[in-house]
Write a protein that binds this ligand. Structure first.
Ligand code: GLU
Length: 313
């Protein structure tokens, strides 16, 4: 079976070094196996991800030489390739889950969810306490008069485990470590967890490469693959890039954005340096994505987050 990898950026700003490393890993991992690459723009949150940012992401990836075979600008059989245009597919999946009696409306406000007593995951996310899990139809009808509900998926008290291609074995008890999770927000926006599963399956993705901040989303996604009767891909979670003083790179770090870098460096210079800190370029010399194929090996890539050395970029 041919490998199909993907880039799935959320265009809430200009692409930064963290996204670039992630895209480079996805590209190398798929291309080295003779695989195809899909570009999907994860712009579910249309307020934060205006269309022009998605278009800019595609321009930037192309400039970097990270080519794709299906997606914006190229087309393909499984489009559209922008999540904001795919809501009918998420509706269908939601309906399937509703028919299994696994979905319920949740009326909790943000403040209620974040109440001081709420259990939190290590990364600060709230573990849903199940407040609205057993509302009666009368209670639901009553609360609907005040506000539109979000929709949550009931999770079982079982453990989900999988072996990540890079990070190794990972397990989570959904009920204890995550709780019933959101499928749709109260404003109607579909949740990332549902959309990503529907899309990766519909686009024939066999290999998901992304940052280790999403490792703990994977059991939820595997549960959705199981419920929807879909074949899950393999997963590779790569290290995150941190600034030299240990902060997460984000679109807010102007220093890491492509707009600034592009004025000073070629694509091969950027990729060569990134590959060097990620262990698969012997020096920080410029290398194009194509040129990096020969040296790329997941075994060389660290599992821990990478601190960017001062002055490298
Ligand atoms: N859209 C997500 C992001 O940019 C990535 C989701 C994924 O790779 O599954 O962080």
């Amino acid at each position: 079976m041919q490998t199909v990898g993907r880039f799935a950026p959320s265009p809430s700003g200009r692409i930064h070094l963290g996204n670039i490393l992630c895209s480079l890993l996805a590209w190398l991992s798929a291309r080295q196996k003779g695989g195809r690459v899909v570009l999907r723009i994860e712009d579910l949150d249309t307020a934060r991800c205006p269309r022009k940012y998605g278009e800019q992401m595609a321009v930037d990836l192309a400039w970097l030489g990270l080519t794709w075979d299906e997606g914006p600008g190229v087309g393909g059989p499984d489009g559209p390739y922008e999540q904001s245009l795919r809501t009918a597919m998420y509706e269908q999946a939601l309906e399937k889950l509703e028919n299994m009696d696994l979905v319920y409306p949740c009326f909790c406000t943000r403040a209620e969810l974040h109440a001081a007593s709420a259990p939190h995951r290590e990364d600060g996310q709230v573990i849903y306490a199940g407040t609205c899990r057993n509302l009666t139809p009368e209670q639901i009808a009553e609360r609907r008069k005040d506000r539109a509900p979000a929709l949550r998926l009931r999770v079982p008290d079982t453990e989900w485990s999988f072996t990540d291609g890079h990070m190794g074995p990972y397990r989570e008890k959904l009920a204890r470590d995550c709780g019933d999770f959101l499928l749709r927000r109260s404003d109607g926006m579909f949740a990332y967890q549902l959309a990503v599963v529907v899309d990766d399956a519909a686009m024939g993705v066999t290999e998901v490469v992304r940052g280790s901040d999403l490792l703990d989303s994977t059991p939820r996604q595997l549960y959705l693959y199981h419920l929807l009767g879909l074949e899950p891909p393999t997963f590779f979670h790569g290290p995150l890039l941190l600034t030299s003083d240990g902060r997460r790179l984000s679109k807010r770090n102007a220093d890491a954005g492509l707009d600034d870098l592009q004025d000073r460096m070629t694509a091969a210079e950027i990729l060569g340096k990134l590959a060097y800190v990620a262990g698969f370029n012997p020096s920080a010399e410029p290398r194009s994505a194509e040129q990096l194929l020969a040296d790329f090996d997941w075994a060389k890539v660290p599992r821990e987050d990478i601190h960017l050395p001062v002055g490298l970029f």
